[in-house]
Design a protein around this ligand. Structure first.
Ligand SMILES: [Zn+2]
Length: 277
């Protein structure tokens, strides 16, 4: 594939006239080993392009890396900490929460957490174990009022039922892949949803965005996930893909790029409970 055919914009073309604006990648895994050889380059890119990245952890190992890497980069990285459903059966949640308590100041949000029966072979006892880990981290988020980033593949109805029983605010259903009915329920509950690069080539996602409350959506890359088609299967980076997603959202909503970026900045501030500067 020729590079000119890739649907990747150069972010600074869009950002040059709007230096005060900030884009937020609401969900990325900067602690993933895929980035480890060039993490300094990734951080420099974020800084140069005024992008802030909500960086998730998936287990104890990535939490340790996050605490080492990002304490001096709080202007580019918003650290989240969580045990992904994939690791819920192997990681010790009590120990994990102990570390969260000791480093609470350095961790802005809780994520990635959630439920996913794919990782438990649809076996009930294992799913209950996964649920226990999710609920423990949800309770921690409720107690500390931290924003939450949730994985809900194959479990969205259950997640919505559970969230209804917790006093949690600022919840993001990342990579939203539910039905319009589930979307309406999520909007009624005041939850945020995020869309990533698939928005560019999926009519279903475009239709979901049209039905999403304007003040409740965010954009993400879920890097280093590789996207095919126009993205050429490269490890995703906020600096190369995020502007494409924002630009696509602007087209769908029939808004200008600037107005869309400005709306997304406000939405991110509401979700994160902080002013972006
Ligand atoms: Zn993720």
């Amino acid at each position: 594939m020729q590079r000119s055919k890739l649907h990747i914009y150069t972010a600074d073309v869009f950002l040059m006239p709007h230096r005060t604006m900030r884009l937020v990648d609401a969900h990325i895994h900067l602690t993933n080993k895929e980035y480890s050889g060039y993490i300094k380059h990734v951080l420099n890119n974020l800084k140069a392009l005024r992008i802030m990245a909500c960086s998730m952890t998936v287990n104890l190992e990535t939490l340790t890396r996050s605490l080492e890497l990002f304490s001096n980069h709080m202007t580019e990285v918003i650290p989240f900490a969580g045990i992904h459903p994939e690791y819920a059966l192997t990681d010790d949640v009590t120990n994990f929460i102990d570390i969260l308590e000791r480093n609470s100041e350095s961790i802005h949000g809780i994520g990635e957490i959630g439920l996913d029966p794919t990782y438990t072979g649809h076996e009930e006892s294992l799913f209950e174990q996964q649920k226990k880990v999710f609920l423990s981290l949800l309770q921690y988020a409720e107690r500390t009022s931290k924003p939450i980033s949730i994985h809900s593949r194959g479990s969205l109805d259950q997640i919505l039922d559970i969230l209804g029983t917790y006093n949690v605010r600022n919840v993001l259903l990342h990579w939203f892949a539910g039905s319009k009915k589930q979307l309406a329920r999520s909007m009624d509950m005041g939850l945020f949803v995020s869309y990533g690069p698939i928005l560019i080539y999926s009519d279903e996602k475009k239709s979901l965005l049209k039905h999403t409350a304007k003040d409740k959506f965010l954009t993400e890359t879920d890097g280093p996930v590789r996207y095919q088609r126009c993205f050429g299967n490269l490890p995703s980076m906020s600096s190369s893909l995020l502007v494409s997603v924002v630009s696509c959202a602007a087209n769908i909503l029939k808004m200008s790029y600037t107005d869309t970026a400005s709306l997304l900045e406000k939405n991110a501030e509401a979700y994160l409970g902080m002013k972006l500067c």
